[in-house]
Structure formats: structure tokens, C-alpha cells
Design a protein around this ligand. Sequence first.
Ligand SMILES: Cc1cc2nc3c(=O)[nH]c(=O)nc-3n(C[C@H](O)[C@H](O)[C@H](O)COP(=O)(O)O)c2cc1C
Length: 250
Amino acid sequence: MVLLFIFCSLGRFAFMFAVLPVRPYFWRINGKHKITILSALCGSAVKNAFIRIRKEMMTEKTDSKKVLVLLGSPRKKGNSTTLAKKIIEGAEAAGATVEQIYLHGRDIAACQACYACQKPDSKGCAIDDDMQPIYQKLLDADAWVIASPVYWFSMSAQTKLFFDRCFALLAYKEGAFAGKRIAIAMSYGDADPFNSGCVNALRTFQDAFRYVGAKMVGMVYGSAEKPGEIKSNQTLMEAAEALGKKLAEC
Ligand SMILES: Cc1cc2nc3c(=O)[nH]c(=O)nc-3n(C[C@H](O)[C@H](O)[C@H](O)COP(=O)(O)O)c2cc1C
């Protein structure tokens, strides 16, 4: 019996070496048939290992990071949006699934300070508008990208309306912000990020996300006036793409 086992094992190894030259063709065979062939050649241990690896690879694919992009400029081809699109390119290249939301034109009211969202057992924000489906998307996403132009030395009004309303997010889920990965993209007209007011907005985001326990992964910002002009800043475009990758990878 032992001899027979040794003989069979040696036979299997010999066969495996013999098939080495045809290995590239083997990988092209449909997954199910691969398992049958492996099972016949190498026994159940190798077959089970193969099934496990295949399963892990499939789960990895469906386990991609979800990135939600909030665009706060009224210009659809504007500079902050252009930066955000580069972040998206990087994130998608790293396997993330990305959803974009243009805040401009949405029915998002200003926070009315009713504090309904802060009451015990709150069901969420009392205002029934376009922010309601966004709350769910924010909760579902692993990472957020917030893109905004500098308007009057801070973020745009569209972005600020959205951001104030995030005050209610904790009412939808305990620890809603914890572990969220954040990237910020901003554009401004002045040549200097301090004089433009960009740094004020960046500080606002930094302070707020630190306060709620979200992780600031990075910020990209630059000077440009006409829509899309920021594309000519090659270094910045590369930094935005790299930020997208970083956002999706960890
Ligand atoms: C209402 C308004 C206010 C602005 N305020 C500032 C400002 O305070 N500082 C600045 O550097 N640029 C300011 N700008 C210029 C924009 O920030 C700049 O054009 C930016 O690239 C626009 O981004 P977008 O293309 O994504 O909309 C302002 C533009 C507008 C329309």
C-alpha cells in the first residue's frame, strides 16, 4: 500500500514536470476545467489549495474600495473638478469603484440648527432634501474626495452647505466618520495658496476631519482661472493621480 502511494506520488510529480512546457496554455483553460485537471493530476490537496486561492482572488476583486467624490464647483469642467478627475483616475487604476456627485444644482438646504440630529435616538437630519440619499452614500463609501474652488477666501457655498449638513451624519450611524479616508482638491485664482484663502479652507477640512476621527490622506491644490486651465500644471496632475492611488490602496 505504502509502495503504491509512493509510486503514485512520484508519477504525479513526473507528470507535473512533463506538463511544465504547456503551462502557459493551461492557464488559459476555463477555471472549472482547471480544477478538474488539477484534481486528476495532483490529488485533492492541490485541488483544494487552488480553489482557495481562486476564491480569495475573486473576493479581492469584489472587495474594491468605494470612493465617493463630492464636486463643489458650478463649473463641470472647472479646475477643482479637473483635479478631482485625476484623483479618480488614480483611484480607479488602483481598483476602486468611484461615484461622483455634483453638488451644484442639488436641492441641499442650509442647516437650520434644529439639533434634531443630535438628540438621543435621532433618526437623522430633519430636512428632507437631496442630502438624504447622500448620507447613505457617505456611510457606504470607504473614502471621500471633496473638490472645491476658493470663493471669497474659503470653500464654495455649495461645498459648505454640504459640509455643514454632515453634522447630522453621526445620527445615521455611530462612528460614521471614523476611518473614512479623505482627499481634498482645491483651485484658486491668486498665485499664492495663503493669499487666495485656500489655506483657510484646507485648515477647515483638516480641523473638522481631525475632530470627527476621519483620516486625511492628502490634499492637492493649485492656481488657475479659466475652466480646466489647471491641466497645464503637470506636477499637480501627477500628484492628484498619486493621491487617488493612495486613497484606494490602503
Ligand atoms: C465668486 C468667486 C469668488 C472667488 N474668490 C476667490 C478668492 O477668494 N481667492 C482666489 O484666489 N480666487 C477666487 N476666485 C477664483 C476661483 O477660485 C478660481 O477661478 C478657481 O480656479 C475656480 O475653480 P473651478 O474652476 O473649480 O470653479 C473666485 C471666483 C469666484 C467666481
